[in-house]
Ligand binder design. Structure first.
Ligand SMILES: [Zn+2]
Length: 127
């Protein structure tokens, strides 16, 4: 029954599914990127972190490596890319009312688990 909550435990704590998922729109509420919005590129549920497009950018100084199999995507020099930021620093932006919101979990009539916007009470996930 409870397949979602019966995840493997790590450090004695269960890894719960994040309320924020890939391709969600989020708004940053803390740190230097406060107020900015971006799309979630991927999530790190074990660390409670998300990577958001264009947010928390860091510059990596990538040294050219003398490997024989250098892929065309390998960039050298200054590479700007988003770093993961903690889930508590972002809030989901509701796709229906476009406000940043908290999330309620509710169930449809056929028992499907969906996320609901606490502001407009609309389903965030497609049913
Ligand atoms: Zn809403």
């Amino acid at each position: 029954m409870s397949t979602a909550t019966a995840k493997k435990k790590q450090n004695g704590r269960a890894v719960r599914p994040l309320k924020i998922r890939k391709d969600d729109m989020v708004e940053v509420i803390a740190g230097k990127d406060r107020g900015k919005r971006g799309k979630v590129m991927h999530t790190l549920p074990r660390e409670n972190r998300v990577v958001v497009e264009g947010i928390n950018l860091v510059t990596r100084h990538q040294k050219p490596r003398s490997t024989s199999r250098a892929t065309p995507q390998t960039q050298t020099g200054r590479v700007v890319k988003p770093a993961p930021l903690h889930i508590s620093k972002v809030m989901l932006v509701c796709p229906r009312c476009s406000q940043r919101t908290r999330i309620a979990i509710s169930f449809t009539s056929d028992g499907k688990r969906v996320r609901t916007c606490k502001k407009c009470k609309e389903y965030i996930d497609s049913v």
